[in-house]
Ligand binder design. Structure first.
Ligand code: MLT
Length: 263
């Protein structure tokens, strides 16, 4: 099990695949890198896929009380340095998208391309940030079954496939309440990334599940319109996690864009 000590936290990551081109997969809240299992399987013959777990989620040790995008960006850049990766395509879903935008600000030269999936560029309203603090306190007090009850219906399309429900609940159960709370507190502190969008110069893909209610399609339309030359793909029959609910369509959107990227 690959583990790297990054900024004092033991970070678990996957590093799989034979390709010379690297793709960094950054997961959603409150899941872990295991959410990319199908994409890793589908793409590993052609690409090197690198997917970390954020502190306290998946197999990573708990870290700071607030996993801010700044701290997570340090972890990702530290990991890539350790793996001698100097350029990659970054794929971020939801919280992973917030992290991609932080990485864009601090290390744009790392980016061969950027895929923003089911995410948004704006910061939280004060009310949303307060809700996250309440969620963090509840996660600690009530535990992961409560987190799964709260989050699973929001992450999946209405009338979800029972297998998807089971998978998402398992991914949540493999974290820790401290990791969930830290992620919420970190997301609450994230800056407004709308001004970042206009400064992105790498090829950009925006993907969204047609039935995403957490970061609905109009958010993606706005992001795609704000990034020069961005391509927008909507995935049918999927909510906030199209990589789990419509994996074939998600992989087709990603790989058909990836093959057209300049070396
Ligand atoms: C996620 O899927 O990462 C979260 O729903 C993002 C958020 O809570 O803003």
């Amino acid at each position: 099990m690959p583990i790297a000590d990054l900024g004092g936290t033991e970070i678990h990551y996957q590093d799989i695949g034979a390709g010379r081109q690297s793709v960094v997969l950054l997961h959603a809240f409150p899941l872990h890198s295991g959410m990319w299992a199908r994409q890793i399987e589908a793409m590993k013959k052609r690409y090197r896929l690198i997917a970390p777990d954020y502190p306290g989620l998946g197999k990573s040790a708990p870290g700071p009380a607030a996993a801010t995008m700044e701290i997570l960006a340090e972890i990702v850049t530290g990991l890539l340095e350790r793996l001698s990766v100097t350029r990659a395509v970054f794929v971020g879903l939801s919280m992973g998208g917030y992290l991609c935008l932080e990485l864009q600000r601090r290390a744009p030269s790392l980016f061969r391309g950027l895929a923003l999936c089911d995410t948004r560029a704006g910061a939280d309203t004060p009310e949303a940030a307060q809700n996250r603090e309440r969620f963090a306190e509840n996660a600690i007090a009530k535990g992961l079954p409560w987190v799964a009850d709260e989050m699973t219906p929001k992450l999946l399309r209405p009338q979800p496939d029972p297998a998807a429900v089971k998978e998402v609940r398992r991914l949540i159960a493999e974290g820790t309440p401290a990791g969930v709370a830290a992620a919420q507190r970190g997301m609450a502190r994230r800056p407004d990334s709308v001004p970042t969008l206009a400064r992105i110069t790498c090829p950009t893909l925006v993907v969204v599940g047609e039935q995403d209610t957490l970061t609905p399609p109009p958010e993606s339309e706005k992001m795609a319109a704000a990034v020069k030359g961005a391509k927008l793909v909507k995935i049918p029959a999927a909510g906030h996690l199209p990589n789990i609910e419509s994996p074939k369509a998600f992989e087709e959107a990603l790989t058909s864009w990836l093959v057209g990227l300049p070396a």
